[in-house]
Design a protein around this ligand. Sequence first.
Ligand SMILES: [Zn+2]
Length: 67
Amino acid sequence: MNTPTTVNCPTCETAVEWSAASTYRPFCSERCKLIDLGEWVSENHRIPGEELPPEALQLQDKDQGHY
Ligand SMILES: [Zn+2]
Protein backbone atom coordinates (compact mmCIF):
# COMPACT_ATOMS: atom_id res chain seq x y z
CA MET A 1 0.00 0.00 0.00
CA ASN A 2 1.37 3.37 -0.95
CA THR A 3 -1.38 5.84 -0.28
CA PRO A 4 -0.01 9.34 -0.26
CA THR A 5 -0.64 11.36 2.86
CA THR A 6 -2.52 14.55 2.20
CA VAL A 7 -3.12 17.61 4.31
CA ASN A 8 -5.45 20.52 3.74
CA CYS A 9 -3.89 23.85 2.92
CA PRO A 10 -4.45 26.09 5.98
CA THR A 11 -5.25 29.01 3.72
CA CYS A 12 -7.58 27.65 1.03
CA GLU A 13 -8.16 24.04 2.24
CA THR A 14 -7.03 22.47 -1.00
CA ALA A 15 -5.73 18.93 -0.48
CA VAL A 16 -1.94 18.92 -0.62
CA GLU A 17 0.11 15.75 -0.96
CA TRP A 18 2.61 15.52 1.87
CA SER A 19 5.72 14.75 -0.12
CA ALA A 20 9.00 16.30 -1.14
CA ALA A 21 7.30 17.48 -4.31
CA SER A 22 5.05 19.75 -2.30
CA THR A 23 7.57 22.47 -1.60
CA TYR A 24 5.20 24.65 0.35
CA ARG A 25 3.43 21.99 2.38
CA PRO A 26 1.26 22.19 4.34
CA PHE A 27 0.32 25.01 1.97
CA CYS A 28 -0.69 24.27 -1.62
CA SER A 29 1.42 27.09 -3.02
CA GLU A 30 3.85 29.85 -2.14
CA ARG A 31 0.94 32.27 -2.40
CA CYS A 32 -1.00 30.52 0.36
CA LYS A 33 2.10 30.33 2.53
CA LEU A 34 2.67 34.04 2.15
CA ILE A 35 -0.99 34.78 2.82
CA ASP A 36 -0.84 32.79 6.03
CA LEU A 37 2.37 34.47 7.14
CA GLY A 38 0.91 37.82 6.16
CA GLU A 39 -2.06 37.29 8.41
CA TRP A 40 0.00 37.12 11.55
CA VAL A 41 2.59 39.62 10.40
CA SER A 42 -0.16 42.13 9.70
CA GLU A 43 -1.07 42.12 13.36
CA ASN A 44 2.21 43.90 14.06
CA HIS A 45 3.07 45.44 10.74
CA ARG A 46 0.16 46.81 8.78
CA ILE A 47 0.89 47.00 5.06
CA PRO A 48 -1.51 49.45 3.39
CA GLY A 49 -2.87 48.34 0.04
CA GLU A 50 -1.82 44.71 0.38
CA GLU A 51 -5.08 43.31 1.75
CA LEU A 52 -7.51 41.45 -0.47
CA PRO A 53 -10.79 39.85 0.55
CA PRO A 54 -10.63 36.02 0.65
CA GLU A 55 -13.06 35.79 -2.26
CA ALA A 56 -10.68 37.71 -4.52
CA LEU A 57 -7.81 35.39 -3.65
CA GLN A 58 -9.90 32.34 -4.48
CA LEU A 59 -10.75 33.78 -7.88
CA GLN A 60 -7.08 34.46 -8.60
CA ASP A 61 -6.22 30.86 -7.75
CA LYS A 62 -8.75 29.59 -10.25
CA ASP A 63 -7.46 31.92 -12.95
CA GLN A 64 -3.97 30.52 -12.56
CA GLY A 65 -5.26 26.94 -12.61
CA HIS A 66 -2.57 25.68 -10.31
CA TYR A 67 -4.29 22.59 -9.11
ZN1 LIG B 1 -3.79 26.95 -0.61
